[in-house]
Design a protein around this ligand. Structure first.
Ligand code: SF4
Ligand code: SF4
Length: 101
């Protein structure tokens, strides 16, 4: 049989090009720097979803069961907390820095 190898090769090339594109795009992208993690304490119901999803353990619940940023310096601006909060109580405010400096 012929042709199977060609198809696989094309698939691999396509994936390689896509990866290369992503790498180049990331190189040119401005570095995100956290300006503020704005938490609306009136809206926060203390469900802890943001705490669980944060990959950097930036957030914790305080004694009143409200989300607080205890390690904002570790935030990588992934936006997961803002996107996952069911009550829209977190806003991640970002400064666009440049990594070409
Ligand atoms: S996900 Fe939203 S409501 Fe739940 S603890 Fe975090 S900020 Fe509060
Ligand atoms: S933006 Fe990402 S890293 Fe920063 S606090 Fe939210 S979940 Fe954590």
């Amino acid at each position: 049989m012929q042709g199977g190898g060609e198809g696989t090769r094309n698939h691999v090339n396509h994936n390689y090009l896509r990866l290369q594109f992503q790498v180049n795009r990331n190189k040119g992208m401005a570095k995100k720097v956290l300006r503020e993690l704005r938490i609306n304490r009136d809206w926060c119901k203390g469900c802890g979803i943001c705490v669980s999803f944060c990959p950097k353990q930036v957030l914790e619940l305080d004694s009143k069961e409200k989300a607080v940023a205890v390690r904002p310096e570790d935030c990588i601006c992934c936006m997961l907390c803002e996107l996952r909060c069911p009550d829209l109580a977190i806003e991640v405010l970002i400064d666009q820095g440049s990594d070409n400096e």
